[in-house]
Design a protein around this ligand. Structure first.
Ligand SMILES: [Zn+2]
Length: 367
């Protein structure tokens, strides 16, 4: 009887212990979920890389939420549903926090972490430069501008009158052979200009005298390309028309030009022939490339021709309706390539057209 009594008390005691234990576990899992919820709420995501850290810590396969799921084994069966609802809410809350912060960092570049080195040396910025032909063209223009010449330009596609006939080069005249060109029409009426003299004809036709112009520009001739010649090149021509102009004026202008450009008046004038000037001359300077020892540029003579010049032929003035009894003048013309080669000691004209950066960058400081 006493034994039964004791057993009864023991059973009651065990039942009470089980109830208390259940209560403790219930408090424990609820508290743990609450703690986890609070932890997720308070987690600070400060930069783009901590977004991923947050995901791994809470939503990853070995994260805190997955770990908390295992608590279900300790939850009494009547509370399992409640447990499920609570843990699901926390999971949703963590997922919302993760997706929102992730979107914010992805869409806002300012908040992305700075992952470049501000102390690294900067990239070298390369400045451009002018082509040597442009540099010399500008120098020539500036010299003539100082003595009152103005720049005038004209078309590169020209008709027969302005390129040949008006310049005292009538059709079938043998002097046309000196300037074989690229004709554009079968009747040979239109062509690429062979010199910038067409601009002079157009200026004289306006009949606004006196005239003191220089005409820089590109010209074309049917020539075999070599170290000394090209089918496309650049010229500067000059024209001075007024009353009482003499050959002495022409000489002084050429002396001034040579001194300004080459630093010396050491030039040589040779009689020559041009259809549009009478008398005519060619001007040579000492060959700077070989220092007059002889090379292929100076054809082993020690002298290089830099320009042709002369007094404008009265027939040309007449073609432009200028009274040749009242007015006269002089004209000159030079190739910019030839002068550039002399100034910079370049021995092959083809270099100007090859766009080789190693060649061109040598002129950068001269621009
Ligand atoms: Zn030479």
């Amino acid at each position: 009887m006493f034994f039964l009594f004791i057993c009864f008390f023991i059973r009651i005691g065990r039942k009470n212990q089980t109830l208390q234990g259940q209560k403790l576990i219930e408090v424990n899992w609820k508290q743990k979920i609450e703690e986890l919820k609070l932890e997720i709420e308070q987690y600070k995501i400060e930069n783009a890389s901590s977004v991923e850290k947050f995901r791994i810590a809470y939503l990853g396969t070995k994260g805190r939420l997955k770990d908390s799921m295992s608590l279900i084994a300790q939850v009494p069966s009547e509370s399992k549903k409640e447990f499920g609802l609570l843990i699901n809410d926390v999971k949703k809350m963590a997922e919302t926090k993760w997706t929102e912060t992730k979107d914010r960092y992805e869409n806002n570049g300012e908040q992305k972490s700075i992952d470049f080195d501000l102390t690294a040396p900067s990239f070298q910025s390369l400045s451009g430069g002018h082509h040597p032909i442009s540099i010399v063209r500008r120098r020539i223009i500036s010299i003539f501008e100082r003595i009152g010449f103005t720049v005038e330009e004209g078309p590169e596609i020209e008709d027969d009158w302005h390129n040949f006939t008006a310049l005292n080069l009538p059709k079938n005249h043998p002097a046309r052979d000196m300037q074989d060109t690229f004709f554009l029409t079968p009747d040979l009426e239109w062509m690429l200009r062979t010199h910038t003299s067409n601009v002079q004809i157009r200026a004289m036709e306006r009949n606004e005298l006196p005239l003191r112009i220089i005409n820089p520009g590109r010209v074309y001739r049917n020539e075999t390309i070599s170290a000394r010649a090209h089918c496309t090149f650049h010229q500067v021509e000059g024209l001075y028309i007024d009353e009482g102009v003499s050959f002495a004026d022409l000489k002084q202008v050429i002396y001034f030009f040579a001194k300004e450009l080459f630093g010396s008046e050491n030039i040589r004038m040779r009689p020559s022939y041009f259809p549009f000037t009478e008398p005519s001359a060619e001007v040579d300077v000492p060959c700077f490339i070989c220092e007059q020892k002889g090379c292929n540029i100076c054809k082993y003579t020690g002298w290089v021709e830099i320009l042709g010049c002369g007094m404008v032929d009265p027939a040309v003035l007449k073609n432009c309706n200028i009274d040749s009894e009242k007015y006269n003048g002089f004209a000159f013309g030079m190739g910019i390539e030839r002068i550039t080669m002399l100034l910079y000691q370049i021995d092959d004209l083809r270099l100007f057209w090859q766009n080789d950066i190693r060649f061109l960058q040598q002129f950068r400081s001269n621009s």
